[in-house]
Structures are given as C-alpha cells and as structure tokens.
Design a protein around this ligand. Sequence first.
Ligand SMILES: [Zn+2]
Length: 69
Amino acid sequence: MEKCFEQFKASLLYCNTCKQAMPVDERLLLVLSHGEIYEYLCQGCGCSLGSKRERRLGKSGSDPASIKK
Ligand SMILES: [Zn+2]
C-alpha cells in the first residue's frame, strides 16, 4: 500500500499547456476537519492540473466517490 502511494505521488498528469504528460508537484491546498485537499501543479508551467481530497485515515473506511479521476 505504501509503495502504491509513492508511485501515485510520482505519477504524471497530462498538461493542456505543455501538451504532454508532466511531473507534478503536490501542494496542500486546504485543510478540512475531515481531510485535506491537495492541488497538483505542473512542474513545467506551474498550472494546476487537478486536485484531490484526501480523507484522514482512521475514522471512515473506503469511499468509492473519492477514487474518481
Ligand atoms: Zn504544464
């Protein structure tokens, strides 16, 4: 599981500005009471390529709605 997480962090996202899949920087955007929102920034142009909400582990189990791309 931890290996999967590392792979996900190193993954590429397609950037419309760079016209190719680019490595991204993960930035903590917002901290909520039940989780955190991360933003992915293209390392090439700095554009935001998306965001994800990460729930804090422990309380709630798996949530299928949070796994969409
Ligand atoms: Zn870019």
